[in-house]
Design a protein. Structure first.
Length: 314
């Protein structure tokens, strides 16, 4: 069966029937809007759009992969503010001939990724479209903390990252190349299809005193450039401080690429990058990779680097 066989309201009922609601959802699907609770009266909001053939390919990724990825990249933005994700709402454009099995997998992917952080899919909308288009709005609760913005970096502080870097870029390059994917390389391909953001590290960083933070979605150099610009500072990175994961190193050797370039400029891993006071004792989940100094821009080992990373219009 396809979504066209069910019709609009049958599709809506099929989706909502697969989605349990968490404690933060005071009113879920079924009315004109949902009602989500926030413990301190403030709600963190982020939104994103994924379009088939630009953000994902159905011949590369299952519906379940796409659901996990779409939820992850939005939930990660909430965590990057130091907040705890509570809910998402989803706008969905789908072709009439889309198999119901793919739609079920997409729904389950959203459900399971939200479950990682205790969030819920609280509602949304569906319409007919020639391609699969997914618009996601994620909500979060600061739980009494101040939001961690991009503009709080100061000279003398350290820059640290939590999560993986370079994996998704390596996975995309492997899929694009068409080379055989062995067991080691599969981890990189899986990272492209389904990122694993370090959600808990966002609120943790806020508790540790992070003064600036963001989600690494478009490449570390480009995203740290946002912190440098918003804070009026310079970020200096030490290339020796970065860990290149085995799948990234093996993929680079296979394709004749520079693994450090994937680490520094590859997007969609949704790691977190944060700036901390120099005297903070960071747990092992955070790796110090640089420092904040007076000046502007981002440099690697004393060399000026332009903003290199993903840009939709470049």
């Amino acid at each position: 069966m396809t979504v066209g066989d069910l019709g609009e309201f049958g599709v809506v009922n099929r989706i909502t029937g697969r989605l349990p609601q968490g404690a933060a959802v005071m009113l879920g699907p079924g009315d004109d809007a949902a009602v989500i609770g926030a413990s301190d009266g403030r709600v963190v909001v982020s939104t994103d759009v994924l379009i088939e053939r630009r953000h994902f390919r159905r011949d590369w990724s299952s519906g379940y992969d796409v659901g996990r990825k779409a939820a992850a990249q939005n939930l990660s933005d909430v965590a990057a503010m130091g907040a705890v994700p509570t809910a998402v709402v989803v706008g969905l454009g789908i072709p009439a001939d889309l198999p119901l099995a793919w739609l079920d997998d997409l729904t389950d992917g959203f459900r399971d990724e939200c479950a990682v952080v205790g969030a819920s899919v609280a509602g949304g909308d569906v319409t007919k479209c020639d391609l699969v288009v997914i618009g996601v709005t994620a909500l979060g609760d600061l739980r009494g903390r101040a939001p961690v913005k991009r503009s709080g970096a100061r000279p003398g502080q350290v820059v640290a990252v939590a999560g993986r870097l370079g994996y998704a870029a390596a996975g995309w390059a492997l899929l694009e190349s068409g080379v055989p994917i062995g067991p080691v390389l599969e981890e990189a391909v899986a990272a492209h299809r389904r990122p694993a953001p370090p959600y808990a590290m966002g609120p943790e960083a806020a508790e540790l005193g992070a003064s600036a933070m963001l989600d690494v979605s478009d490449g570390l150099l480009q995203d740290l450039g946002h912190i440098a610009e918003a804070s009026g500072v310079r970020v200096e990175l030490d290339p020796r401080a970065f860990t290149v994961g085995e799948p990234v190193a093996v993929a680079a050797k296979e394709l004749g690429a520079d693994p450090l370039e994937w680490v520094l400029t590859g997007g969609e891993d949704h790691a977190l990058a944060a700036v901390f006071p120099p005297d903070v004792r960071l747990p092992p989940s955070w790796q110090v990779v640089g420092r904040v100094v007076e000046g502007e821009g981002v440099v690697v080992h004393g060399r000026e680097i332009g903003r290199r990373g993903w840009d939709h219009f470049r």
